[in-house]
Design a protein around this ligand. Sequence first.
Ligand SMILES: Cc1cc2nc3c(=O)[nH]c(=O)nc-3n(C[C@H](O)[C@H](O)[C@H](O)COP(=O)(O)OP(=O)(O)OC[C@H]3O[C@@H](n4cnc5c(N)ncnc54)[C@H](O)[C@@H]3O)c2cc1C
Length: 320
Amino acid sequence: MIMMVLIYSDTEKGALELLSKGRELADAAGRKVSVVITGPDAGSRAKRFIEHGADRVILAAPSLEGFKAEEIADVLEGIVKDEKEDVILISSTKNGKELAPRLAAMLDAGCVTDATSIDIDSGRLRVERTVYSGNAVAKEEFASTPAVITVPGKAFDPLPPDPSRTGEVIEAAVQPGGHGSRIIEVKKMVSEGVNVEDAEIIVSCGRGFKSSDDLKMLEELADTLNGVTLGCSRPIAADLKWLSDDHWIGLSGHKVKPKLYVACGISGQIQHVAGMRDSGIIVAINKDPDAPIFNSADYGIVGDLYQVIPKLVEALKARK
Ligand SMILES: Cc1cc2nc3c(=O)[nH]c(=O)nc-3n(C[C@H](O)[C@H](O)[C@H](O)COP(=O)(O)OP(=O)(O)OC[C@H]3O[C@@H](n4cnc5c(N)ncnc54)[C@H](O)[C@@H]3O)c2cc1C
């Protein structure tokens, strides 16, 4: 299989993560990896992608501002056909998930969403994705190219920048066609500014807490650990509304990958674990020794969080 890799993400961070996997696939086949960037300031951002592993940066549709899936799909379809790209990697953001199946249909290509592993095995492109709320891993193989694949955030780490890398910057002539939809208004999501997805340490609460006032205890633990972000299970954000959705971790919340994740009074149902299983070290505090969270934990403390957390805070303060 010839392996020309094309990358598109609606966020720079996403594109850099895809680039490291794209680089690996292209290197294995001795081929090139290209990144498509659109919009008026695309040229000024090109160097960063080359430093992170791109052979080529394709600047397209400078008149495009904002994101409209049908327009970006037109642009990518033109580039894939002109440049004979085989593998198209797209970030699994909300925009990316709207774009990928649309593009695959236009190219008459196969499409796999949320791939967590992508490899070439005996010349075949194979991907893995978690299914059934993370209870099983589906292994899938593309029977043809082009292949369209979306990848969730943090599945791959960006390559370290290499300022000495060189690459091509080219302009693509493709333009989006006319479409019936119009963006009437863009509203910023109301947010507390909490970013669990980039947090290095998260202490997280679940229904083991009896009242919202008791979260002060968790905040104290967070303060002792310096600059920690608070996370929570779904019931705390969605049902009890003790914390905003910004803190909600899991299948339907945020997917996180901190160095340390401390789960307090969280049972560890698969939908929660799906959002935090990639954390570096997982510590669980739960009074039920059979709680499923202990299956995912590196360190488990069986006990009442109302006794364990104050002791932990005391011990951490003493160490300082
Ligand atoms: C489609 C779908 C999507 C979902 N998405 C998500 C998601 O994104 N994120 C998510 O979190 N959930 C999600 N859920 C819900 C999920 O299935 C669980 O219901 C939820 O995670 C349970 O939250 P919890 O662990 O806080 O509460 P519980 O399951 O009630 O667990 C509370 C835990 O606290 C322990 N406990 C109680 N008192 C104490 C104490 N004093 N000291 C120590 N431990 C104590 C208990 O032993 C228990 O294990 C989803 C469900 C569905 C169906």
